[in-house]
Design a protein around this ligand. Structure first.
Ligand code: B1M
Length: 221
């Protein structure tokens, strides 16, 4: 990696740590001008900063206002890069409809939105319900739009159990295997996904696209 690129990624991380949306957006724009792949900017730059603040918060060394500002700066940077992510996809074929949501009680949206953007860029028709979504809303929307896949994000150990509730409800209503379920989010593991009988788990947005294609039977597309 060149020194210039290394410095840019470092500044990106710092802009999130400082909770400075103006600078994070400016750096996101700079990365576009420099033709840096948008996913690199996110994962090697901005995410490093948000993870740092998350760890500091977890250790009691940063507080809620800092977490909120870091979240806002991260959101603004990812939104700036979103058109570039969409451009990356050269989807010619419709892959199927996906309902995406962060589960009830959980308002973390950045990772979920990133997954949604990547799925859209890859040809999926994504209905993103947003955050804090109860089981009935998620399932109701999937039935309404005849979705082939539900994607659920959870970032809290206290809300990940909601993923299981949605799956149990779907099983009760006989909606599976017609509608497949994919889960993700920082505390989610493959073991958890297996335990709650999800159809698949991915640890990041790129993996989520690959998995979604497999689940709808279009792995080669
Ligand atoms: Co919160 N938060 N937060 N937070 N927050 C965490 C999750 C935490 C780990 C921080 C910490 O303590 N170290 C901790 C959870 C601890 C736990 O449960 N064990 C925590 C806490 C405690 C809280 C509050 C309870 C704090 C409080 O109020 N006292 C509160 C909860 C509010 C609620 O939801 N009810 C809270 C609030 C917030 C903010 C609102 C301030 C803000 C969110 C802003 C927003 O989203 N608009 C925030 C933030 C920013 C974080 C951290 C720092 C960063 C999350 C993030 O955006 N990461 C986070 C610490 C961390 O995760 N390092 C933390 C970047 C994003 C790109 O990654 O979301 O993981 P991620 O998504 C990845 C993958 O996980 C995956 O792909 C994405 C891209 O690679 N993925 C999927 C995600 N969803 C997927 C779905 C898929 C597949 C893959 O298929 C469907």
């Amino acid at each position: 990696m060149s020194e210039e690129l290394e410095a840019l990624f470092k500044d990106m991380a710092q802009s999130i740590i400082d909770g400075d949306s103006d600078i994070s957006v400016e750096l996101a724009k700079k990365s576009i001008e420099m033709n840096i792949p948008p996913l690199d900017a996110i994962t090697k730059g901005f995410v490093v900063g948000v993870n740092y603040i998350g760890d500091q918060f977890g250790a009691g060394e940063a507080f809620l206002p800092e977490l909120v500002m870091a979240g806002e700066a991260m959101k603004a940077a990812v939104a700036t890069l979103e058109p570039e992510l969409i451009k990356l996809g050269e989807a010619r074929e419709t892959m199927g409809r996906v309902v995406l949501a962060t589960v009830e009680g959980d308002i973390h949206e950045i990772g979920k939105t990133l997954v949604g953007t990547m799925l859209s860029a890859s040809g999926f028709e994504v209905t993103d319900l947003g955050v804090d979504q109860p089981a009935d809303k998620i399932i109701g929307k999937a039935i309404e739009i005849d979705a082939s896949l539900i994607g659920m994000s959870a970032l809290l150990t206290t809300t990940m159990v909601r993923q299981r509730e949605v799956i149990e409800e779907m099983d009760k209503e006989g909606l599976r295997p017609k509608i497949k379920v994919m889960v993700g989010g920082a505390p989610i593991t493959r073991d958890w996904a297996t335990k709650i009988k999800a159809d698949g788990y991915s640890e990041d947005a790129v993996g989520a696209v690959k998995l979604a294609k497999e689940l709808v039977g279009k792995a080669d597309a």
